[in-house]
Write a protein of this length. Structure first.
Length: 95
């Protein structure tokens, strides 16, 4: 469980593993419902090669794109974006 949490959760994999160890089936249930907050390795309809709209129409052209999930940003090109607001990925690049 700790290995899965280190991939699919923004929280500590060790702590989720400990919670599941102590909580048993309830710990697993809580982890599945709450802990898995990052997109995992499974195929999803959101994961396409086409960029998604960021929902900020009217602010100009797309300035940044997340290479992990396709989220687009409409900000000034000089803005630094460290992590994606959608998937938490670190591959947000200027267009």
């Amino acid at each position: 469980m700790g290995i899965d949490a280190s991939i699919n959760s923004s929280q500590s994999g060790f702590l989720w593993g400990l919670a599941v160890f102590i909580g048993g089936i309830f710990g697993v249930l809580i982890y599945v419902l709450v802990g898995r907050d990052k997109p995992g390795r499974e195929t999803s309809t959101r994961r396409t090669n086409q960029p998604r709209s960021a929902g900020t129409a009217g602010q100009g052209d797309v300035s940044h794109v997340c290479k992990s999930c396709g989220e687009t940003y409409r900000t000034t090109p000089s803005t630094e974006i460290d992590t994606c607001r959608s998937c938490g990925g670190i591959h947000v690049e200027r267009v």
